[in-house]
Design a protein around this ligand. Structure first.
Ligand code: PSV
Ligand code: MN
Length: 385
C-alpha cells in the first residue's frame, strides 16, 4: 500500500448532528426546505454524507437538542444506516437558571443542576456506546468586578471533578475552550492553558478539545496543536473556519493553508492513525447553504488537506531544518501545500467504489429533492428553539 492510502484509509471525521438543523445568527435563523425535524432524520443525513464519501462514520449528539426516550433504539437506527453515535455534547447554555453560570455558579443548587445534566449525559453515553463527553461552557462575566475570577475557577475545578469521577472506565471528559462569547469580559475556560490546567488536574481520561474557530485573530493554532499533542492532552478537534469571530463556516473555506499547517502537526504526531485517540469532529452550522452537500464539501476539504500533508517530504524537510536552510525548508513545506491532490483523492475513492465526485453524486442522487418532498410538517430542528 502506498503512503497516501496508508494515511487516507483510516481517516474518520465525526459529523455534528446540529449541522443538519437550522441555524443562524442572533439576528435571524432561516429555515430551509428538507431540513431534518428529528435526530433520526439528522442521522439519515449524516449517513448520506458517509455513504458518498466514506469519511464520516460517526455522528455527535448534543443534549438536550437530540434527547430521545430510547437511546438504544437510536443507536440501532444509526447502525442500520451504517454510522455510529459519537461524542455526546452537554449543553448548559440555554436554560434560564444558567444566566450567571453553570458549573461555576455561586449557588450550589445551580451547580448541582449542571453537574446532574452531565451525569445524565454519561448515562446516555452508556446506551449509545459513546466514548467522549464534551463540555463547552458559556460561563463567564460581562463586567470587571462582577465575579470572583479565582473563586469561579475553584468551583469549576470542583464541579469537573465530580463529573470526571462519574465517568465509566472507557469514557473520557473532553474540555473545550473559547476566548469569548457569550461572556464578554471574562470567560471561565477561555484558552488552551486554562483547559489544560483543569484536565491535567482531573487525570488521564480528561483531555482538551481544540475548536479551530475559538482563537483570537493571529493566534498560531498549529503551535497549540503541536504542544497539546506533545503532552498527550489533545483529545478532539472541532473543525470549522472563521473570518471574524466564531463563524462556524465550512472547514478549509476561510484559510486552507491554516488547515494544512494544523494537519501537518496532527499527521506528524501519528494522530491520524487508526489507533489514534484524537477525534476529528466538525463543529459547523450551515445558515444559508444546503446542509448535506456542505457537510460533504467539508469532509472532502479535510481529506484533501490530509492528502497534501501526506505528500510533505519529511526527509527533505528534516535535512533542511537540521542545516538551518530556511528557504529550502519553507519551499519543501509549500511544495506539498501547492500540490493539487484532487485527482489522487478521486482515484482513492474510485478504488473503494465511492463516487469520484461526491458533491456531484449528491446533486444527482435525488436525496435533496426527496427530503424536501417528504419532510413537510412538524418542526424543523434548530438550536434557536
Ligand atoms: C461553542 O461555540 C461551540 O463551539 C461548542 O462546541 C458548542 O457545543 C457548539 O459550539 C454548538 O454550536
Ligand atoms: Mn465547538
Amino acid at each position: 500500500m502506498d503512503t497516501l492510502d496508508r494515511i487516507l484509509d483510516p481517516l474518520a471525521i465525526e459529523l455534528p448532528s446540529w449541522a443538519f438543523g437550522n441555524s443562524g445568527t442572533r439576528f435571524k435563523v432561516f429555515g430551509s426546505p428538507g431540513t431534518a425535524r428529528t435526530i433520526e432524520e439528522k442521522i439519515a443525513d449524516a449517513a448520506t454524507v458517509h455513504r458518498l464519501t466514506g469519511l464520516a462514520p460517526a455522528v455527535a449528539l448534543h443534549i438536550p437538542w437530540d434527547a430521545v426516550d430510547d437511546y438504544r433504539a437510536l443507536r440501532a437506527h444509526a447502525e442500520s444506516l451504517g454510522v455510529r453515535l459519537g461524542t455526546v455534547n452537554s449543553n448548559t447554555f440555554q436554560d434560564e437558571s444558567y444566566k450567571f453560570g453553570s458549573l461555576t455558579h455561586v449557588d450550589r443548587s445551580v451547580r448541582q443542576k449542571a453537574i446532574d445534566h452531565h451525569l445524565t449525559c454519561i448515562d446516555i453515553m452508556h446506551e449509545t456506546g459513546s466514548r467522549d463527553l464534551k463540555i463547552w461552557l458559556a460561563d463567564g462575566t460581562n463586567y470587571p468586578g462582577q465575579g470572583d475570577i479565582r473563586a469561579r475557577q475553584e468551583r469549576l475545578a470542583d464541579s469537573l471533578h465530580t463529573i470526571y469521577s462519574n465517568l465509566g472506565d472507557d469514557q473520557r471528559l473532553v474540555l473545550e475552550y473559547k476566548f469569548f462569547e457569550p461572556a464578554m469580559y471574562t470567560t471561565d475556560v477561555p484558552d488552551w492553558g486554562t483547559a489544560f490546567v483543569h484536565v491535567a488536574a482531573l487525570g488521564e481520561r480528561a483531555v482538551v478539545c481544540l475548536d479551530t474557530g475559538h482563537h483570537a485573530p493571529g493566534t498560531n493554532v498549529e503551535f497549540i496543536v503541536a504542544q497539546l499533542l506533545r503532552v498527550g492532552k489533545l483529545g478532539a478537534f472541532d473543525l470549522n473556519s472563521r473570518f471574524y469571530a466564531d463563524d462556524d463556516l465550512m472547514v478549509g473555506a476561510a484559510d486552507p493553508f491554516q488547515l494544512y499547517r494544523i494537519l501537518v502537526e496532527v499527521l506528524r504526531a501519528g494522530a491520524l492513525a487508526s489507533d489514534s485517540d484524537v477525534t476529528l469532529m466538525l463543529d459547523q452550522c450551515h445558515n444559508i447553504e444546503q446542509k448535506v452537500p456542505a457537510q460533504i464539501r467539508s469532509v472532502l476539504n479535510v481529506q484533501e488537506m490530509v492528502a497534501r500533508a501526506a505528500l510533505l517530504d519529511l526527509d527533505a524537510l528534516e535535512t533542511a531544518q537540521q542545516s538551518n536552510d530556511v528557504l529550502t525548508a519553507n519551499a519543501v513545506f509549500m511544495d506539498a501545500f501547492y500540490t493539487d491532490v484532487r485527482p489522487l483523492v478521486a482515484q482513492w475513492r474510485s478504488r473503494r467504489g465511492l463516487p469520484a465526485d461526491p458533491v456531484a453524486a449528491y446533486a444527482q442522487s435525488g436525496y435533496q429533492q426527496e427530503i424536501e418532498r417528504v419532510r413537510v410538517g412538524g418542526t424543523q430542528s434548530s438550536w434557536a428553539s
